[in-house]
Design a protein around this ligand. Structure first.
Ligand code: SF4
Ligand code: SF4
Length: 296
């Protein structure tokens, strides 16, 4: 029976990936065009209170670390100066963003510099415990709360009531995520994957643009790789994910936003680590055991 289930998962995965890859290949030129409007994500907490296996932000092996409010504000101000206030989308995430002791203040700062959609993307675990200051900040600053889907128990009724009471827009991605809807992007630590092929098949490139400490990258991976490197170095692994300045762009050195959009529309050296064609989709979700096999 178990063998049959494994076969079905593999078939489902094959059908999904072959369809998705064909679509991604055909639409690659469109996705790799320089953007016309700013969108980005940023982690305000490196660590998480759920610690999923294979976490794409390496939060399950990250040390506790919060973004400094001054750094967050300086970067948002600079990006607003470069790109204007009319953003396409901004996701404040992590790790778990609600762990940040000043999340209400961060929401206020984000809105100070941008007029477009701003979301706090959370696993939802802490939502019931958030105080009125938090809810009021979300309401006043028109910050939407997005609850990502994980196969965990949340008091959805209570969360919906809280959002309604405080007039905050809430989006729950799915409360019915099954245990077998998890995915993993395996890494090739030897870095021998093709940049060209990866960029054409990658769904996140030029879309999940990531901001950290004054730098933007076309996806989060190079800017969160230190979490992976630091943890596995202490466990004796010598093959690190090498990150260079060519993997991201300094928003203070860039002359204008077009230079940034041009940079983000191209694959970066770090893309050589992704085994995009081996995406594992429909695998079982679980809490991380902090083993390197969860990422390779
Ligand atoms: S909840 Fe999200 S950020 Fe936290 S460990 Fe899971 S995947 Fe990573
Ligand atoms: S590193 Fe490159 S190939 Fe890998 S997920 Fe990011 S953008 Fe895609």
């Amino acid at each position: 029976m178990k063998q049959k289930k494994g076969w079905i998962v593999k078939l489902r995965q094959f059908l999904y990936t072959s369809g998705a890859f064909s679509y991604l290949w055909i639409t690659a030129n469109q996705r790799l065009k320089p953007r016309k409007q700013l969108r980005f994500e940023t982690d305000v907490a490196d660590h998480c209170n759920l610690n999923c296996k294979s976490c794409h932000h390496f939060s399950s092996v990250a040390d506790q670390n919060f973004v400094k409010t001054e750094v967050f504000e300086k970067d948002f101000e600079r990006l607003s100066q470069l790109a204007g206030r009319n953003n396409e989308n901004i996701d404040i995430m992590g790790g778990e963003p609600l762990l940040h002791p000043e999340i209400s203040k961060l929401a206020e700062i984000a809105r100070k510099y941008f007029d477009g959609p701003i979301n706090i993307v959370t696993n939802g675990i802490l939502l019931e415990k958030m105080n009125d200051v938090f809810w009021e900040s979300c309401r006043k600053n028109n910050i939407r709360i997005i609850v990502s889907s994980y196969p965990i128990k949340l008091n959805v009724k209570q969360i919906k009531e809280l959002a309604k009471k405080h007039k905050v827009t809430l989006k729950i991605r799915s409360i019915f995520m099954s245990k077998n809807s998890w995915c993993k992007l395996p890494l090739d630590l030897s870095g021998k994957q093709s940049l060209k092929e990866n960029s054409k098949l990658c769904i996140t490139i030029n879309k999940c643009i990531f901001l950290k400490n004054g730098r933007l990258s076309t996806c989060c991976l190079p800017l969160v790789a230190d979490r992976f490197n630091n943890y596995f170095e202490t466990k004796g692994f010598c093959k690190n994910l090498e990150v260079t300045d060519d993997d991201s762009i300094d928003i203070y050195k860039a002359k204008n936003i077009d230079e940034i959009y041009e940079f983000l529309s191209k694959p970066m050296p770090f893309c050589r680590y992704c085994r995009i064609k081996s995406w594992e989709i429909g695998i079982e979700w679980g809490v991380s055991k902090k083993e390197i096999t969860e990422w390779i």
